[in-house]
Design a protein around this ligand. Structure first.
Ligand SMILES: NC(=O)c1ccc[n+]([C@@H]2O[C@H](COP(=O)([O-])OP(=O)(O)OC[C@H]3O[C@@H](n4cnc5c(N)ncnc54)[C@H](O)[C@@H]3O)[C@@H](O)[C@H]2O)c1
Length: 220
């Protein structure tokens, strides 16, 4: 995709990380805050059940870190935030991320994962206008957009999209919109479709922490 990032290290750039209080986002925020002291890192998070500020206790007082509590579904708020900070880059992780919850409440997923992503794209487009040099919208997606793998094989970036749950369909939709803004408006973007992550700070409803908690608590 069109992406005019200059390879030289950027000084004094402002990066918006969405969903930075969640599992993966908290690791990304910590990495950027510690690794790039000249960058200003703004963490935009609604602090849903999945967001936990304990995940960021060790960096909360760093001078290059700011937390903004807010909802990416609120387009006016997102626009104002971009106008205030004039971000150079966006790392977009905020999402409703649990497949089972998407089956009991799909609308939450449509709102956050689709409408929320478009609000961010619109705000970035409005603030960057046509000067996209050294700007980047990095969209974190999921391998679930490709459907089920079965027992063998692998997904590649050429695999056809085949989502089946409201979660994966909402992530697939957001990928298409990021791609469409890249093709139509030239908005520089990258999409990554990682498979399941596990590790520290993961909410205990997910498979591995759930199993570990059940074992510790003698549950089946
Ligand atoms: N965890 C995985 O294994 C995995 C795998 C592939 C892709 N992903 C993707 O990576 C990203 C992060 O996943 P995660 O597991 O860290 O998720 P998570 O559920 O732990 O965290 C999501 C964060 O987004 C915030 N959020 C939710 N709705 C919001 C809204 N409307 N406005 C602002 N903030 C909001 C939550 O408060 C939370 O802090 C997601 O986009 C997810 O689809 C995750």
């Amino acid at each position: 995709m069109k992406n005019k990032m200059n390879k030289t290290k950027l000084e004094n750039c402002k990066i918006l990380i969405t969903g930075g209080a969640g599992f993966i986002g908290s690791h990304v925020v910590r990495l950027f805050v510690n690794k790039y002291p000249n960058y200003e890192i703004i963490n935009l998070d609604k602090l849903t059940y999945a967001g936990n500020l304990e995940n960021l206790k060790d960096i909360e007082d760093k001078p290059n870190y700011t937390l903004v509590k807010g909802d990416i579904v609120d387009g006016e708020f997102v626009q104002e935030l971009f106008e205030e900070h004039k971000f150079d880059g966006v790392i977009h992780l905020a999402a409703e991320s649990h497949v089972d919850r998407s089956i009991s409440n799909p609308m939450e997923f449509i709102q956050t994962n689709i409408v929320g992503t478009v609000n961010l794209l619109n705000a970035a487009k409005a603030i960057w206008k046509d000067n996209f040099e050294n700007k980047l919208f990095y969209h974190i997606s999921s391998d679930e957009v490709y459907g089920s793998l079965g027992k063998e094989g692998l997904f590649t970036e050429e695999t056809a999209y085949d989502p089946h749950s409201p979660y994966s369909a909402s992530k697939a939709s957001s990928d298409h919109l990021v791609r469409a803004y890249n093709d139509t408006f030239g908005l520089p973007s990258v999409i990554s479709n990682c498979s399941n992550n596990y590790g520290q700070n993961q909410f205990p409803e997910k498979l591995i922490p759930l199993f570990i908690n059940n074992i510790i608590n003698n549950k089946p």
